[in-house]
Design a protein around this ligand. Structure first.
Ligand SMILES: CC(C)(COP(=O)(O)OP(=O)(O)OC[C@H]1O[C@@H](n2cnc3c(N)ncnc32)[C@H](O)[C@@H]1OP(=O)(O)O)[C@@H](O)C(=O)NCCC(=O)NCCS
Length: 162
C-alpha cells in the first residue's frame, strides 16, 4: 500500500530544492528561469500557492499555482523521477485546484512542453482540454501546448441568484 503524504504550503527553506527540481525536470535545455530567488518570491506572494510533498526531509514533488480574478495558472508541477506514477502529481494538482475552486475561479490554464508526452497525458487524464499551441513559447525554441480546465460555467453559477 502506498501512502501519499498530504501536500502543504512550501516554506522558505524549500525554495532551493524546488528550484533545482525545476531546472532538472522541467526547464532542462531551456535555461533556468525558476531560480531559488524567484521560487522564494512565489512562496511569499499572496496570490500564489507553492505546494510541496516531502519524504525524509526532501522535496519529492511540488506545484506552483497563481490565482487571478477569474483564472488560475499552473506555472510548474514536478515529481522526483523515482516517485512518479504513484499519484503524487494528481494529489498535488487536486490540492491546488481545490483552492481555485473554493475561491470561485472559473478556469485553470497550464502550458506543457510539446516534447513532454508524460505531461500531455497527465493533463488530459486530469480533465484538461487542449485549447491551442503556442509556437516558441519556451525561450523561442520549443512549442507549448496550452490546456484549460473549466471549474464551472456561467449557467452553473449560483452567484447570479443573489
Ligand atoms: C508529469 C508528472 C508531473 C506526472 O507526475 P506523476 O506523479 O507521475 O503523475 P500521477 O502518478 O499522478 O499520474 C496520473 C496520470 O497521469 C498519466 N501519466 C503520468 N505519467 C505518465 C507517463 N509517463 N506516461 C503516460 N501517462 C502518464 C496517467 O494517465 C496517470 O494515470 P495512471 O497512473 O492511472 O495511468 C511527472 O511525470 C513529472 O514530474 N514530469 C517532469 C516534469 C513535468 O513534465 N511537469 C509537468 C509540466 S510543468
Amino acid at each position: 500500500v502506498i501512502v501519499i503524504p498530504t501536500p502543504r504550503l512550501a516554506k522558505s527553506a524549500d525554495a532551493q530544492g524546488i528550484a533545482e527540481m525545476s531546472r532538472e525536470y522541467i526547464e532542462h535545455g531551456l535555461g533556468w528561469s525558476w531560480t531559488p530567488a524567484r521560487v522564494l518570491h512565489a512562496i511569499h506572494d499572496k496570490s500564489t500557492n507553492v505546494a510541496v510533498i516531502h519524504a525524509q526531509g526532501c522535496v519529492i514533488g511540488f506545484g506552483i499555482m497563481l490565482y487571478g480574478e477569474q483564472t488560475a495558472h499552473l506555472a510548474l508541477l514536478a515529481i522526483h523521477p523515482t516517485q512518479r506514477q504513484h499519484g503524487l502529481a494528481t494529489c498535488l494538482l487536486a490540492w491546488l485546484e481545490t483552492c481555485a475552486d473554493t475561491a470561485g475561479l472559473e478556469r485553470i490554464h497550464v502550458e506543457a512542453r510539446s516534447d513532454n508526452p508524460a505531461a500531455l497525458a497527465f493533463y488530459q487524464k486530469q480533465g484538461y482540454k487542449q485549447i491551442g499551441t503556442m509556437p516558441g513559447y519556451y525561450s523561442g525554441m520549443l512549442d507549448a501546448i496550452r490546456f484549460e480546465k473549466r471549474l464551472w460555467t456561467q449557467s452553473e453559477s449560483h452567484k447570479q441568484d443573489f
